[in-house]
Design a protein around this ligand. Structure first.
Ligand code: SF4
Ligand SMILES: [Zn+2]
Length: 287
C-alpha cells in the first residue's frame, strides 16, 4: 500500500468528512483521545481544518500504560491549546478496569479485559458527551481497525453488530445517543504512524498490554499476514463493506428499537444496560 504524504492525509480526512457528512464547522465536537497515534492525529487534523474541537479521554488506570498516555495527551493539548476533559473509571463508577476484572474473576465470571473496557468506554463517552453538550463524538478508528471489526463480526456471525460499523457508527438515531463519527476511516495505520512521527507528536507506539489477549488481536495478525501476501486486502474489505453498508443499516434499523436502562436511564437495548449489569455483578445484587 503506497504511503500518502502529509498534506494528502489531511486531504483524505477532509474529503471523508465531506463525503459522509460527518462534521460541520458550527458543531461542538468532542474527540475521544487515548493519547495514542490515531486519536492524537485526528485531534490535530480536525483543529487544523478549523473544527471546534475539545478532547475527552477515559482513564481506565491500566498499569504501565494509562499514566504515560495521559501525560502525553495533557502535554499535546496544552501545546495546541485544546481543552481536555479527563474521565476516570474509578471516579465515575468506583472501580478501575483492573479492579473490575479481578473482582469478576474472583466470582468465577469470565469477561475479557477488552469487553469490559469497551462497554464502559462507550457508555461513559456518550454520557459525558451529553453532559458537555457536544453535538458529535469523533473517534480515531482507521481503515485497519475497521477492516478488523468487519472481519471479526463476519467470522462470529454478528451481522447486526456489523451494521453498526461505518464512517457514522450505529443504526438508530436517538436523542440519547451523541452521533459517533470516524474521520480517519479511509486512512491506513502506516500512514498515520508516518504522519504522527513526522509531526513529532508525543505518543508511544506500543499497544495496550491487554490487547494481545483479545480476539481482535488474532484477526489483526491474520489480516497483517494476508496484507503481506496480498496487498490491498484491507482496502478491498472496506470497499466491499461500504457498498453493502446502506442496505445493511436499512435492514437492521427495523429491529433496533431504542429503550432506556431501568437503572441508569441511559440508552440501552435491554431493560438493564451492560454497565449496570456489570456493576450489579460486582456488588452481588440480583437483577
Ligand atoms: S486494548 Fe482493550 S483493555 Fe486496552 S484500552 Fe483497548 S479496549 Fe481497553
Ligand atoms: Zn444502566
Amino acid at each position: 500500500m503506497a504511503v500518502k504524504k502529509q498534506h494528502e492525509i489531511e486531504e483524505v480526512v477532509a474529503k471523508t468528512i465531506r463525503k459522509y457528512k460527518l462534521l460541520f464547522k458550527r458543531e461542538k465536537i468532542l474527540v475521544a483521545c487515548s493519547g495514542g497515534k490515531d486519536s492524537t492525529t485526528l485531534l490535530y487534523i480536525l483543529k487544523k481544518l478549523g473544527y471546534n474541537v475539545e478532547a475527552i479521554t477515559l482513564d481506565p488506570s491500566i498499569k504501565n500504560s494509562s499514566r504515560e498516555n495521559l501525560d502525553n495527551l495533557k502535554c499535546f493539548c496544552n501545546k495546541n491549546m485544546i481543552k481536555l476533559h479527563i474521565v476516570s473509571f474509578k471516579q465515575e463508577i468506583g472501580y478501575t478496569l483492573d479492579d473490575i476484572k479481578k473482582e469478576l474473576d474472583s466470582k468465577g465470571i469470565t469477561m475479557a479485559y477488552c469487553t469490559i473496557c469497551g462497554i464502559l468506554k462507550r457508555y461513559l463517552l456518550n454520557k459525558k458527551a451529553k453532559e458537555l453538550k457536544a453535538e458529535k463524538l469523533a473517534t480515531g478508528h482507521n481503515l485497519d481497525d475497521e477492516a478488523e471489526s468487519v472481519m471479526m463480526n463476519l467470522l462470529r456471525g454478528n451481522i447486526g453488530l456489523m451494521a453498526r460499523l461505518g464512517p457514522i457508527a450505529g443504526v438508530v438515531k436517538s436523542r440519547g445517543f451523541i452521533p459517533r463519527v470516524k474521520p480517519l476511516y479511509l486512512c491506513n495505520e502506516k500512514e498515520i504512524i508516518a504522519y504522527s512521527k513526522l509531526k513529532k507528536f508525543p505518543v508511544v507506539y506500543k499497544r495496550c498490554p491487554y490487547a494481545s489477549s483479545s480476539y481482535r488481536e488474532i484477526v489483526r495478525n491474520e489480516l497483517i499476514g494476508f496484507e503481506k501476501k496480498y496487498p490491498k486486502t484491507k482496502e478491498n474489505i472496506i470497499n466491499w463493506f461500504l457498498r453493502i453498508l446502506p442496505e445493511l443499516k436499512k435492514s437492521f434499523k427495523r429491529d433496533e428499537e431504542m429503550t432506556y436502562c431501568n437503572i441508569c436511564k441511559e440508552p440501552s437495548q435491554r431493560t438493564i444496560c451492560n454497565v449496570c449489569t456489570i456493576l450489579e455483578k460486582l456488588e452481588n445484587k440480583k437483577i
